[in-house]
Each structure stands twice: as structure tokens, then as C-alpha cells.
Write a protein that binds this ligand. Structure first.
Ligand code: DGJ
Length: 732
């Protein structure tokens, strides 16, 4: 058991292979957070957080130990920091009681362990029979409001998950005005935060900043985790890098509005909170009901970011993604979007499939434009009825024609949105989120469906089922092309409108659960205008995500590099598209486009019927090569070797995947800047066996693992723009 309960010290210690997390019940019954960091022999870590030095203007709770004037909620490292009761630092939970008072003082009641990982009602969460669960129950000093803290311990991956269930056992309803999942007091030190900002076609750009005395936050109020921020951050030592220093990954298993905030407080200590964004949020919890906060997934590494990422990659692959495809070899697909946009018919698609098949492509995906009268993005969302004129027959017939070409058939949906010009909107205008008093805003000419309503979700479910049952469909791309505005549900009374954002997510997760479990043989890919909802929540339902609408190989270096901090290569949708690139007009070698897409799910997104013979041969070669490295790429240990965010240090970006035993590796290096009189560049490899000899791409020369790791491998240089190379490292 990876959970240690010490009744004498009243400590609760979670232990993974390399990490330790500890809480302690203090003399007044407050659950204090005492430690999260490197594993060590058991000791009561309370000394590290004891309120020894007081700060003025830090009030004492009514029952504070009278010999300890420094004892204040404003100083204690509480496992749940509560608003309204004298903690003026970052807080995570705010309870409005029936009498209108605001605040709660959770005190320890009990703790229990469970074999296996807890699950969360209606919400995505890591799972695993081998994991352990600790549930610590606290209760408000005054009211019958219970706070159940859930911890999941995944020893092998150094992953600790956490959730909070707030249960109202009073006779009236209470209101949560804030319900973040995580409060985390960091050990003493000076920390940086790394976060991943962006925008459409430029997702997950890495930025690093010092956590000082002002609050820094990453957040979304867009109703989706968004392209602009990602619900994942790394809090790290100010000197930490890929292989050195302490790094705490903090990720939310949630796809809606979120907030992750950090500050250095008056005690010069860093505190982090994470969870649902409290803006425009409040949630009524009826008597004898409960509220479940989304899960937070944390990994600590004392060997820098590389090790932290590797732990997330393994945990996400094995204990978050589900279904038949999570570890299966996924088909190489071609998507027609950039090849045709809306301008296609069945003959065109079949012709594309015919050519693609010859190159080795296995799955044909028909993107947007196959339903209703959708020849542009002004209409038809919500009318999931195949356009049989465009498809020159039934959907089933088209699927059969594609299957007859020897390929599987996939299809695109945008189930959460509705066009004003649609039969669904004409019949049910109230299905769209809109405030009573003002006309709703359009974005990409569409509205968002009110998924807080079960009847709306059911309507879409039934429509999806009808389509999916009507043809031989092996793949679904689930898109979401705008963010939520005009938040108002006609189904809820005025005082419950603050619940709509979260209820929307619950409706979406419910639909995803129903559809993905009804169609276990379908491969689902999540998408939101590219990578606008690349988060652990969506990965629970769909094992891959379209990483970005930008498939330019050079821009993708940063996008995929940033994404890799939390998310494994196997989840990153990556396609080869045409040049000049449709997003930035850049021209790159086809080989480089392929090499970059290898470190993702590799597919095509172009009109193959317009390719030259040479290009077709190159794609056929790539598919063969990609498949030969499939296992190594998708399941190896992934290392970031040279960052594309530091052009002052190197003109290359390089990453590597290594078999766990160090016996084989594949390195991809792309030169993304040009320079005359170029200097020789070497890249230091990782994960090899130091004392073993290796060959590079079958070279006659052999190289000691430690030489390749400490001195590096010479990066060959082709005299073209944006050259790239793959280096296959094998034991000699
Ligand atoms: C946005 C997606 O990211 C694209 O790949 C494509 O599916 C379009 N939507 C279709 O509208």
C-alpha cells in the first residue's frame, strides 16, 4: 500500500516510487499540508510548516491554541484553503451558508484507504486497479457540511491525483461560490511557473515566469480549456531544466473554464490553487446532495521536466485514455479538409481514397460539409442528416465505396454547435445558449447548444446514433469551433445561472460517455478548431486530439514541443499537408513535414490526387518508415533534446524516443533557422545505456552511450531550407 497512516503523529503520507506527499491533523483538527516532494524515510514533516513566526493582521480562529499567537488560517498550510474565514492568501473553496454567512472551517473527521483508484461521478478521472485511494473527510466546525478529499496514488508513475467532494448534510441548500480542487503549499523556495499559452494555429507556446508576490494565473473563461491557455502548468525550482531540479506538474482533468493561480504570500511561501474558474460560477448544493470538483493530476520530479513529462505520458497512455485504441496501432489516416474544404462530392472523395490507398493510407476521413445543405460554414450545424446529393447516394453507400477501395471510413461532427440556418434551430431556438434579453453573439456564424439540458443532449445523441448506425464508420472527429458566450439556460431559474458553464461540461461528458461506450470499435479524435481543447478531460474519452489547425512543420515544432510537457506523442494528431502551407504560406521539404508528423499520430491532409509521382513515392516511403518505428515512437520514453524556443542557443529543434531498456532510440532533428558559415552542432542524447556501443543509422563506427549522452551526436546538415534528419540509434 502506498498510503501510510500514522495515528500517533496523525499524519497521512502518500508514497510513490520517487515522491512523497504528506498531511497532518493539527491540535485543532485542521488538516495541514506538510510536504510534497522527493521521497524520503518517514518522518512527521510538520516542523517545516509550523506557525512559528507570526504576522500581524493575521487573525486567530476562536479556538486557536492559546499558547500560539501565530496560529492563524492566514498562516497554516491548509489542505483546503477556505475563503471567508481569515485566510487572506489564495483560497480554493467558498461556501455561502443558508443563513447568508460566507465561510467554513473544515476540521478532521476520519480517513480511510481503498484499494484501486476512486472514480468521480459524471467527470473524467484517471483509473487503475493497481492504484490506491485515500479519502480524508473533514467537516465544518459549525454546519453539517462535509469535505471529502480524494487522493489517488499511482506508485509507478509518481502520479498523485486529487479531488474534492463537498457534501451538504444540512437541511437547506448551500451555495458554492468557489470550488477549486487544489490548494498546494510549496516547500520553502523560489519557484518559476511554466505555462502554455497561445491562440488558434499557435497552441501551447511555452513561457516561464518567476512566481513573486503578485498573483499569476492561467485561466479560461471560454467554456473550453482553450487554445489560449492550457489547464496544465509546471511549478519548478528557479534553476530547474529538462534534467535537473524539482518540478511539480499540475494538470486538470477538465475541459471547461479553469483557473490555476500562484503567488508568494506574506510568509514568503508559494501557494498554488487549481480548479474550476470561480468567475461566473456558483453552484447550489441541495440538502443531502454533493458537488464533485474535477480531478487534479500532479507529478513531482527531482530530475527536471523530462522525467515529469515521462511520468505523465505513461500515466495518460495507460490510466487515462480508454478503449480499444488506447494502446492499439492506430490507422494512418487521410483527412480531406485542407484538400477540398467544403467543395467535394463522393466521386472526389473516392478518387482521393483510391490514390491514398496506393501509398499505404488505411483510413479515409470525410470532414465538415457532408450534412444538411452545408457548403459553407453559415448553415446546417445541428442537422446531422447526410446530404445525399453531395454524397451521390447514402452515407452507407459512400462508406462502402471507400471500404471497397480497401480503406476504413471516418466522419466529422460538431455536435455541440448549432447554425441559425438549420432545421434544428428553426424548431428549437431555445436549444442555443442565449440570454433572454439580448441577441446572442455568433462566432464562426454559429451558436452553442445548451448542453446543461438533458433534452438537448439527448436530441444530439439520437441524431449521432442514427448516423453512426447507418454506415460502416470506424472513426469520428469531434470538433468544437467556437467558445461560449451568452451564458444563459432557459431551463434554469435566475439564481442557478452560475451553474450553466459546469453543467454544460457535465452534459458534454455524459454525451461523450454514452457515445464512446456505445461504439467501442470507433476511434474518436477530439478537436476544437485544432488544439483548443487539448486537455486530460477530453483524453479520457478520446485517445487522440487534433493538435493544431497549423500543420506547418516549423510551427509544429513549438506546438508539439510545448504539448509534450504533459501529453504523450500518441495523443497528438499530426498531419502532412501541402506547401505553401495554408496557415502561414511557408514552404518546407516534404520529408521534414513527415519527420515532424511522425512524432504524433501521422496522417495526411491534402488532395493526394494533385500530388506529383515523386511526392506520392515520398509519402509511401514515409508511411512505411513511420510504421516501422511505430512502437518505438508511440511507446518509447520521449525526451526533449533541443528547444525550438531558444534560437539563441541552437538552430535546431530535436526530440528523441528511446526504448525503456535503452536498446534503441530514434532522434528527429529539424533545423528551423538558416545561417551562413554554419558551425557544427551536436545534440546530447538521453536514455541510452552508458556503457554500451551504438550505431547511428547503421554506421560502421560505433559510439559509446555515455559519449552520445555527454558529448553528443553530430547533427548532419543538408544545404536546403528547413532540413531535417531522423537518426536511428541501435546497439552495435
Ligand atoms: C476546425 C478543425 O480544426 C479543422 O480540422 C476542420 O475540421 C474544420 N474545423 C471544419 O470546419
Amino acid at each position: 500500500m502506498s498510503i501510510l497512516i500514522n495515528n500517533e503523529d496523525k499524519t497521512y503520507t502518500l508514497l510513490t516510487k520517487n515522491t512523497m506527499y504528506q498531511m497532518k491533523v493539527d491540535e485543532t483538527g485542521v488538516l495541514e499540508h506538510t510536504y510534497y516532494g522527493a521521497k524520503m524515510e518517514y518522518m512527521d514533516m510538520h516542523y517545516a510548516v509550523d506557525c512559528i513566526m507570526g504576522t500581524s493582521f493575521s487573525p486567530n480562529p476562536a479556538d486557536y491554541p492559546k499558547n500560539k499567537w501565530a496560529y492563524s488560517y492566514n498562516q497554516i498550510n491548509q489542505e483546503i484553503s477556505m475563503a471567508g474565514i481569515g485566510d487572506f492568501r489564495l483560497t480554493s473553496v467558498g461556501v455561502r451558508n443558508t443563513d447568508g454567512s460566507f465561510g467554513a472551517e473544515p476540521r478532521f473527521v476520519s480517513a480511510r484507504t481503498e484499494k484501486g483508484k476512486y472514480s468521480l461521478k459524471g467527470l473524467p478521472a484517471f483509473y487503475g486497479e493497481d492504484a490506491d485511494t485515500l479519502v480524508v473527510t473533514l467537516k465544518d466546525k459549525v454546519y453539517d457540511i462535509y469535505f471529502h478529499l480524494y487522493y489517488g496514488v499511482f506508485e509507478e508513475y509518481d502520479l498523485i491525483t486529487r479531488s474534492l467532494v463537498i457534501e451538504n448534510k444540512t437541511n437547506d441548500s448551500i451555495k458554492l461560490e468557489k470550488a477549486l480542487t487544489l490548494t498546494l503549499d510549496m516547500p520553502n523556495g523560489t519557484y518559476d511557473m511554466i505555462y502554455f499559452h497561445g491562440r488558434h494555429t499557435r497552441e501551447r507556446m511555452l513561457e516561464r515566469t518567476r512566481i513573486k508576490h503578485s498573483q499569476i494565473s492561467v485561466s479560461s473563461m471560454r467554456g473550453a480549456s482553450s487554445h489560449m491557455e492550457n489547464p496544465f502548468v509546471v511549478v519548478c525550482d528557479k534553476n530547474a531544466n529538462e534534467e535537473y531540479g524539482s518540478a511539480w506538474g499540475i494538470g486538470l482533468v477538465y475541459s471547461g473554464n479553469f483557473l490555476i493561480s500562484a503567488e508568494k504570500n506574506l510568509q514568503e511561501k508559494t501557494i498554488v490553487v487549481a480548479g474550476i474558474n470561480p468567475e461566473n460560477f456558483n453552484f447550489e448544493v441541495a440538502s443531502n446532495d454533493e458537488f464533485v470538483c474535477p480531478e487534479v493530476a500532479m507529478v513531482y520530479s527531482n530530475e527536471g521536466f523530462g522525467k515529469m513529462s515521462n511520468s505523465y505520458h505513461k500515466a495518460i497512455r495507460n490510466n487515462l485514455t480508454r478503449g480499444k485504441y488506447k494502446n492499439a496501432v492506430r490507422p494512418v489516416l487521410i483527412n480531406n479538409w485542407e484538400g477540398t474544404y467544403f467543395d467535394f462530392n463522393a466521386d472526389k472523395l473516392v478518387a482521393m481514397a483510391h490514390e491514398a490507398k496506393k501509398m499505404g493510407v488505411e483510413l479515409f476521413v470525410m470532414d465538415d460539409g457532408w450534412f444538411g445543405k452545408r457548403d459553407n460554414d453559415f448553415c446546417a450545424l445541428g442537422d446531422w442528416v447526410p446530404n445525399e446529393n453531395k454524397l451521390q447516394g447514402t452515407l452507407s453507400n459512400l462508406a462502402k465505396r471507400i471500404n471497397d477501395e480497401g480503406m476504413k471510413f471516418g466522419i466529422w461532427f460538431e455536435p455541440e454547435c448549432i447554425s441559425e440556418d438549420s432545421d434544428l434551430y428553426r424548431a428549437h431556438p431555445d436549444y442555443a445558449l442565449a440570454m433572454k434579453s439580448r441577441a446572442p453573439q455568433v462566432s464562426r456564424n454559429q451558436y452553442v447548444l445548451d448542453y446543461s439540458r438533458k433534452d438537448v443532449v439527448d436530441n444530439i445523441y439520437n441524431q449521432l446514433v442514427k448516423v453512426l448506425d447507418s454506415a460502416n464508420i470506424s472513426y469520428v472527429k469531434w470538433d468544437f469551433n467556437r467558445h461560449i458566450t451568452d451564458l444563459y439556460s432557459v431551463a434554469l431559474p435566475a439564481e442557478k445561472q452560475g451553474e450553466v458553464y459546469h453543467r454544460y461540461m457535465l452534459g458534454l461528458y455524459d454525451l461523450l460517455e454514452r457515445i464512446t461506450s456505445k461504439y467501442p470499435d470507433i476511434l474518436f479524435e477530439s478537436c476544437s478548431g485544432g488544439g483548443g481543447r487539448f486537455d486530460m478531460g477530453m483524453l479520457y474519452y478520446m485517445p487522440q486530439v487534433w493538435t493544431s489547425d497549423n500543420s506547418d512543420a516549423i510551427d509544429r515544432l513549438k506546438i508539439q514541443y510545448g504539448t509534450s510537457f504533459a501529453y504523450p506523442v500518441s495523443t497528438m494528431g499530426a498531419h502532412v499537408s501541402v506547401c505553401p502551407n495554408h496557415q502561414n504560406a511557408r514552404i518546407t521539404p516534404l520529408k521534414t513535414r513527415g519527420n515532424v508528423a511522425y512524432f504524433g499520430t501521422y496522417g495526411l491532409e491534402l488532395d493526394v490526387t494533385k500530388m506529383t509521382e515523386d511526392e506520392k513515392q515520398e509519402i509511401a516511403r514515409q508511411i512505411k518508415e513511420f510504421k516501422s518505428y511505430y512502437e518505438l515512437i508511440q511507446r518509447g520514453d520521449y525526451y526533449r533534446l533541443i528547444s525550438p524556443f531558444t534560437p539563441e542557443e541552437s538552430l535546431y529543434c530535436a526530440w528523441e524516443t528511446v526504448k525503456e531498456d535503452g536498446s534503441e532510440a530514434l532522434v528527429c532533428a529539424v533545423r528551423y533557422e538558416t545561417d551562413a558559415s554554419t558551425a557544427a552542432e551536436y545534440v546530447k542524447l538521453k536514455g541510452l545505456c552508458p556503457n554500451k556501443l551504438y550505431r547511428i543509422n547503421g554506421s560502421k563506427e560505433t559510439y559509446l552511450g555515455s559519449a552520445l549522452m555527454n558529448v553528443g551526436m553530430f547533427l548532419e546538415y543538408d544545404f536546403i531550407t528547413y532540413p531535417s534528419r531522423l537518426y536511428h540509434i541501435t546497439l552495435a
